[in-house]
Design a protein around this ligand. Structure first.
Ligand code: PHE
Length: 456
């Protein structure tokens, strides 16, 4: 069954993997983290973490997936039967499932904002003749209305669940791969167009300097840990996604090359987003407010667009970009559970997709309502949405990544990594030694520090 499923083309498998890696993590989490952690110095650390730790751990996940040719739980069972390692896979599936529950809600908001941008609802007072200045104060209230009213965001979340079901039912090649082939170029075209607009604004240079001119005195242990966390999240590590996708890679796919392309494109998107956001925010004097995740994209940027000629056009393009980023990520993360259902419980594709996705109608609703009528329901002092976010990113993802590193570094069948990186001897791979060293000694320790720091 899934051992015969493969991506159809090299470009397609890269588009799908890049599509997973490029998500809300690059588009909004990255600029917000950059601002919170002091600007350019954070960018440098993030790049360093992606190159020195992210790529080796990605290669560990790729080798595990293609070597084991199964889902995130099945790979461990096949490679090390009778040992308890499959529990690491269960954690990966659990993490991925809890993440979709709330990520789907955010994907729903992006659709809602796209809809309101195209329809003009987001900028309505602009069209009733008021100056752009007067519009400024209206966005927080609009966000409140769009995000925390009960019914509207639910409706958009349901639409996103439906779209995901349609893509997943299409299968790996016809659904996921084709979707990514079309959407990834769209994403890059929009990004580059918006970059030009932002860089041509008055005083854009100051924003660029903030983003690119590092002040090393800003680096603290906390900043290093945040950069590492951001690198892992934005590369989709620790979620079982890369294990699942690489199980669909043909035997002649060059893993090292693929990991480098995927990581560099993911970095590129983060950098382009920085070049869009910081100049724009500086140029309109909006840089004094903290660019927290949700307010950055749903309040600050609409304020920027309102000052530009054709606000609806830029706003629609931006939310389309966000929607593309979110959609190619949600299908990838849902595929983790779908693949597991197909492999483990021998379900048909259709049955697996429905079994995984239909319960989201309830779980994602709870996350969505935690901004509305369930906002008072707190568990450990957190709303349902925040609880899932914190539990997955602060605990489950690092735990899974550490387990993958320790397994691939010390316990996997001998030669697995070498065989996979060299395509069973067909390629000469000088990277096996350094990759092995990093996943054995450096990455687990660094990731453990994230866990410990988050406790403190
Ligand atoms: N790299 C993805 C992102 O930046 C991580 C992710 C993938 C998150 C899939 C959720 C779902 O958003």
């Amino acid at each position: 069954m899934s051992s015969k499923t493969e991506f159809g083309t090299k470009l397609g498998l890269i588009a799908a993997t890049v599509g997973s890696a490029i998500g809300l993590g690059n588009v909004w989490r990255f600029p917000a983290e950059t601002q919170m952690n002091g600007g350019a110095a954070f960018l440098l650390l993030y790049i360093l973490c992606v190159l020195a730790l992210g790529i080796p751990v990605m290669l560990a996940e790729f080798s595990l997936g293609r070597g084991g040719r199964s889902d995130a739980v099945g790979v461990f069972r096949r490679l090390s039967p009778g040992k308890g390692w499959w529990i690491a896979g269960v954690f990966a599936v659990l993490a991925s499932y809890l993440i979709i529950c709330y990520y789907m809600v955010v994907a729903g908001w992006t659709l809602e904002y796209l809809f309101e941008s195209i329809g003009g609802g987001l900028y309505d007072s602009l069209y009733s003749g008021e100056p752009a200045e007067a519009l400024r104060g209206t966005f927080p209230a609009k966000m409140d209305d769009y995000v925390s009213s009960d019914l509207r965001p639910l409706m958009f979340t349901f639409i996103m669940i439906g779209v995901n079901i349609a893509v997943l039912l299409g299968g790996v090649k016809k659904g996921i791969e084709n979707l990514s082939n079309v959407l990834m170029p769209v994403l890059f075209v929009i990004l580059i167009a918006m970059c030009f607009v932002s860089l041509s604004l008055p005083d854009a240079g100051e924003g660029v300097a903030y983003f690119l001119d590092p002040d090393f005195s800003k680096i603290t242990p906390r900043v290093v840990i945040n950069a590492l966390g951001q690198a892992f999240f934005s590369l989709s590590l620790g979620m079982g996604i890369l294990i699942t996708y690489s199980s669909y890679y043909p035997a002649d796919t060059r893993l090292v090359r693929t990991s480098v392309i995927v990581s560099l494109l993911s970095l590129l998107v983060a950098v382009l987003m920085g070049l869009i956001i910081f100049p724009a925010v500086k140029s309109f004097g909006l840089d004094r407010e903290p660019l927290e995740g949700a307010t950055l994209v749903f309040v600050t940027l609409p304020e920027v667009f309102a000052q530009l000629p054709w606000p609806r056009l830029w706003s629609s393009l931006f939310f389309l970009l966000l929607l593309v980023a979110a959609l190619t990520s949600t299908v990838s993360i849902a595929e983790v559970s779908v693949a597991m259902m197909q492999d483990r419980f021998k379900m048909s594709r259709r049955r697996a997709v429905l079994t995984v996705m239909l319960p989201l109608l309830v779980f994602s609703s709870a996350c969505s309502l935690s901004f509305g009528s369930l906002s008072d329901m707190k568990i450990f002092g957190l709303t349902i949405f925040d609880l899932l976010d914190t539990f997955t990113t602060d605990i489950l993802l690092p735990v899974v990544s550490i387990a993958v590193c320790i397994y691939m570094g010390w316990f996997a069948p001998k030669g697995l990594l070498t065989d996979e990186l060299s395509n069973h001897g067909a390629l000469h791979s000088r990277w096996t030694g350094p990759v092995l060293f990093i996943i054995r000694y450096i990455a687990p320790v660094m990731i453990a520090l994230i866990l410990i720091f988050n406790y403190i």
